[in-house]
Design a protein around this ligand. Structure first.
Ligand code: NAP
Length: 557
């Protein structure tokens, strides 16, 4: 084999996009439309991102299907019909596969390839990208469309390797499924994934033991098939609904709350909360009054409403008490939406172990032991333990910016960024819905479209103005981080030990990562910055005579 064969020339492109979920697919489509030469690299063997990996039984979105979908193509909107109020994982995955086919995206996606390193080369102003399959790419722009909840976490519990049973993580569920019939299954974690998977496991398994550290606020999804009338209306009102979503704070066309919770009487408040409870609408409940996310006393009214519900659902008072969340406001940790939860604890073969009171000690060959010495025999353990959220997918690979600085090192004190789309010292790198943007505090598909549109406009501007590199200035970044922190500090969000804060990963800096002032407000800021010629960024022109990008010689499709 020649030296050249061992190190084949890198694939030279305008743009490499990492990830083929909602963000990556749309980014490819948009940039291709502007004539850029783009490729996606994707670790999975298929498209779909989060909806490719999270195949656990019960996985379902808790944003309405007609809203949790792309708005960029009226034709796509018109031809796709959602079957249920909240779509389940297989249907969302089918939708994304359809999008990949319909827009002929697959020919520019390299599947089964994981990014391992990306290094910015100061001389060429380009990114050198390496993958686990040995392939390399050389691109002017690097777009991380890697998602906020993609780096799954298994906590470091002693003895895990001694355990002889099956080991599963909700976000790494086997593609072929797994039959847990007749088995004794343990579940660690009662966040959104746990709340969804536990009742489904109980339907199969002989016995389910749930290890709960912190009880969650959970609403019933009250999911159901969409009626013919609802489907018709979804199509007819699509344009109006989508515009309203883009101009809203959460990316959903909810009415802006008129009153504060403490301004109305008990009966009115209760009626409001009941209606959102019946609708299984956690975000709408959180936004039903203006002060719920700002005033602890106001928040207690909704928290108490939800606590009371547990008592009416769960028969055993001791179990109901253990399931009742205390000590953090409703909404500070993401509210969960499930089916048959917590009613499932009324089943005789489902047990709750409060590992907040009696912490997990270790795995043994045959199960899990808590600190009191109690042994819980298990044939399988399901980790519903979440993610190294928002930063994990970016810091787990070697991304090196100017002067060889590793992103992981730069972010060891928190994910410093400008607009949640860029980070100073990493020129020509963009992050779709990164920390510092509304992302996870919104209907993320709307946030993704907003970011992808902004990035596309930016890259087109750079090409048209013969700009070689764009980099957030250190000053604008510091100012943005301050604004993000100050805005979060005015809310109740930082009062929960949430993954929004990095609190679920030992050693992770505690910084509230999402931008809380709303998608509408945020979009305006991004647009104004673009209109002012990318104010806050440092733009470096291409030297005279330097080779242009391939895109500059192409006509937009
Ligand atoms: P999560 O919300 O971070 O929940 C992880 C759970 O594992 C928590 O109950 C946590 O307890 C527990 N845990 C972690 N380490 C533990 C340990 N060492 N010992 C005991 N318990 C431990 O993760 P997730 O449920 O996968 O959800 C993450 C996010 O994904 C959600 O918030 C949501 O944004 C998204 N999601 C959405 C849906 C949906 O649309 N319906 C479904 C699934 C996921 P502590 O609370 O004490 O840390």
């Amino acid at each position: 084999m020649s030296h050249q064969d061992q190190h084949p020339a890198p694939n030279k492109l305008d743009v490499v996009v990492v990830g083929a979920g909602f963000a990556g697919l749309y980014q490819l489509h948009r940039l291709r439309g502007q004539g850029f030469d783009v490729r996606i690299i994707e670790a999975g063997d298929g498209v779909g991102g989060t909806w490719y990996w999270n195949r656990y039984p019960g996985a379902r979105c808790d944003v309405r299907s007609v809203d949790y979908s792309y708005s960029f193509s009226p034709e796509l909107e018109a031809e796709w019909e959602w079957s249920e109020k909240y779509a389940a994982q297989p249907e969302i995955l089918r939708y994304l596969e359809h999008v990949a086919d319909r827009f002929d995206l697959r020919r520019d996606i390299d599947l089964g390839i994981r990014l391992t390193a990306a290094t910015f080369d100061e001389t060429s102003g380009r990114w050198m990208i390496e993958t686990d399959q040995g392939g390399r790419y050389d691109a002017q722009f690097l777009i991380m469309a890697t998602g906020n909840l993609s780096s799954s976490r298994i906590p470091d519990i002693p003895g895990l390797d001694d355990f002889h049973g099956a080991r599963l993580h909700t976000a790494q569920w086997p593609k072929e499924g797994i039959d847990l019939t007749g088995r004794r299954v343990g579940v660690i974690g009662t966040g959104s994934s746990g709340v969804q998977v536990i009742p489904e496991l109980a339907a199969q398994a002989d016995h389910v033991t749930v290890f709960q550290r912190t009880p969650a606020f959970a609403l019933p999804a009250n999911n159901r098939p969409l009626t013919g009338e609802e489907k018709r209306q979804a199509h007819e009102r699509a344009e109006w609904r989508r515009n309203a979503a883009r101009n809203s704070s959460f990316g959903i066309d909810l009415p802006a709350p008129q009153y504060k919770a403490l301004e109305v009487d008990d009966a009115e408040r209760r009626a409001t909360y009941e209606s959102y409870w019946d609708d299984g609408a956690a975000t709408a409940l959180m936004l039903s009054y203006r002060d719920l996310l700002y005033d602890r006393e106001a928040n207690e009214t909704v928290a108490e409403f939800l606590r009371d519900k547990i008592k009416t659902i769960v028969d055993d008072p001791e179990t109901a008490r253990a399931l009742t969340p205390h000590g953090f406001p409703f909404g500070a940790k993401r509210a969960c939406v499930g089916t048959n939860y917590p009613a499932i604890y009324n089943e005789p073969h489902v047990d709750l172990v409060d590992v907040g009171a009696d912490p997990i000690d270790r795995f043994t060959a045959t199960g899990l032991r808590t600190e009191s010495g109690t042994e819980h025999p298990l044939d399988a353990i399901v980790f519903a333990t979440g993610f190294d959220a928002m930063t994990g997918a970016l810091t787990s690979v070697d991304i090196r910016g100017r002067e060889g600085v590793l992103l992981r090192d730069k972010w060891s004190v928190g994910p410093h960024n400008f607009l949640g789309v860029s980070t100073s010292g990493f020129p020509n790198m963009f992050i779709v819905t990164g920390p510092g943007s509304p992302s996870v505090l919104s209907n993320v598909v709307v946030s993704i479209e907003q970011h992808v549109d902004w990035i596309t406009r930016c890259l087109t501007f750079l090409r048209d103005h013969r700009i070689a590199t764009i980099d957030a200035s250190a000053g604008s970044e510091a100012d943005w981080v301050r604004q993000v922190n100050e805005a979060a500090a005015r809310t109740l969000y930082p009062e929960g030990n949430s993954w929004y804060l990095g609190a679920n990963v030992p050693g992770k800096p505690r910084v509230f990562m999402p931008y809380v002032r709303g998608l509408n407000h945020y979009s305006r800021i991004c647009d104004e910055i673009a209109e002012r010629g990318y104010d806050g960024f440092v733009l470096a022109p291409r030297p005279e005579g330097a080779a242009s990008t391939k895109a500059s010689s192409k006509k937009p499709a």
